[in-house]
Design a protein around this ligand. Structure first.
Ligand code: HEM
Length: 403
């Protein structure tokens, strides 16, 4: 797990610098540069979260089944990290070779991880598969997200028969597919550890799994074929949206109900974890207005900018809670580790989301609101980065003295 923690730590530090840069560029204090759109999000999505989750999923699954701890698969770590490095080189340059080779390496890494998770089986089959099936389904959708993401700048959109907005297909595969399912799997595997009580209705997990998985299918292949076959809006996109939304809300009720019944309520970490879902629900609640063209909304601006609030408000905020937890859990073997986050990170990360959405609707002040959103996110990331820095420093010092 340590090589994944080291890489996630590096990308966390780069992500903080990148958020400040994105802010100063929008505020006109620094020049914009090629690749900014990709870099300001993918150090978080690929660099921090994907990195950590690739290390975690086999460990959590083996522990859930009472199996011995699997060794680090260096082939999976190496293909993931060589792939990310090549994308960081290729995307800003829109150079086809490093993008295609980088995307292919990450595809191979994901396929190897699916194979590893598939082979981690319970000693006897009547043990429920907990988060494992969510991880495998999420990674399967990631394979699609990687193919489309790799093809966006390299001319694969037509050969892939994508007739809708290809970036939207990519975003849906990686957010409604990969991260929604993997985050749900983590909640199922670790909620009892984080909240010190069980989920409200464990019997709902199987139905939530199928609703979220089938929902993601509709949300990915709806925009994929919508240009050629408008009917898919009604047979895939809208039903997918409803299924996925219902599954997400059901999962949240499962997690919030036990906290409401308790006197000490939710910790800051749990508020980060569950509060982050507001930012995946916001675009979903806006979607009917965009899809049905209700009201005089700036649909193109919403589609172009909403992903930023999704990644910082949901993905990064979920990470702000779990990344410090896993650093403490695995650098110190601390079974009493707590979720991360501070009052400051909670306030600033969510304030940033509101400023980003305000920049969508208030065109006259768009740049200053957009720049302020990134400034709030960048400052809100600092308490998390400092916490990780201290954990990394103390954890590594402990390991170095042990050898
Ligand atoms: C092999 C992995 C990946 C590749 C090759 C890739 C590639 C791309 C490319 C080329 C873009 C368009 C950027 C632009 O318009 O300038 C993009 C956008 C985006 N990607 Fe990825 N991506 C990958 C992984 C991910 C992951 C893991 C996530 C999230 C979970 C993600 C979420 C997004 C989002 C939200 C956007 C929209 C950015 C915006 O328009 O502001 N990507 N990606």
């Amino acid at each position: 797990m340590i090589p994944y923690i080291l890489a996630a730590f590096l990308y966390m530090l780069v992500a903080v610098v990148m958020a400040f840069d994105a802010s100063f560029a929008s505020l006109g204090l620094l020049d914009w540069f090629n690749g900014m759109v990709w870099l300001r999000l993918h150090f978080i999505t690929l660099g921090v979260l994907t990195e950590l989750l690739f290390g975690l999923m086999p460990l959590l699954t083996a522990r859930r089944y009472g199996l011995s701890r699997p060794e680090t698969r260096w082939d999976i770590w190496a293909t993931l990290n060589v792939g990310i490095a090549l994308l960081i080189m290729g995307i800003p340059l829109t150079a086809h070779i490093p993008i295609i080779v980088g995307g292919t390496f990450i595809f191979v890494s994901t396929a190897l991880l699916i194979g590893q998770l598939n082979n981690i089986c319970p000693k006897n089959n009547d043990v429920p598969s907990y988060g494992r099936k969510f991880y495998i389904a999420g990674l399967a959708y990631f394979l699609l997200g990687i193919i489309v993401g790799t093809g966006l700048f390299t001319g694969w959109v037509d050969p892939l028969l994508i007739t809708g907005n290809a970036t939207e297909v990519h975003i849906h595969a990686n957010n409604w597919g990969l991260l929604s399912l993997v985050f749900a799997g983590l909640l199922i595997d670790l909620y009892a550890v984080w909240a010190k009580r069980p989920l409200a209705n464990p019997d709902s997990i199987k139905t939530i799994f199928w609703m979220m998985t089938v929902g993601a299918f509709g949300l990915i292949f709806g925009p994929w074929f919508i240009g050629g076959y408008p009917i898919v809006k009604w047979v895939l996109l809208v039903p997918g949206l409803v299924l996925h939304l219902a599954a997400t809300i059901w999962l949240l009720i499962n997690a919030i109900k036990p906290l409401r019944d308790s006197k000490d309520g939710a910790s800051i970490g749990m508020q980060h974890l569950l509060g982050s879902y507001f930012w995946i629900l916001a675009p979903i609640l806006m979607a009917p207005f965009v899809v049905l063209g209700i009201g005089d909304l700036p649909n193109d601006v919403i589609e172009a900018m909403a992903p930023q609030a999704l990644i910082y408000g949901w993905v990064f905020q979920f990470g702000a809670a779990i990344v410090p937890y896993f650093f403490q859990r695995y650098l110190f073997n601390d079974k009493k580790a707590e979720l991360g986050g501070t009052k400051l990170s909670l306030i600033l990360i969510n304030a940033g989301g509101f400023f980003l959405w305000a920049s969508i609707f208030i065109e006259s002040a768009r740049d200053i609101l957009h720049g302020t959103a990134y400034l709030l996110w960048a400052i809100g990331m600092i308490p998390i980065a400092v916490d990780l820095w201290n954990k990394m420093k103390a954890g590594m010092a402990k390991m170095e003295t042990a050898v």
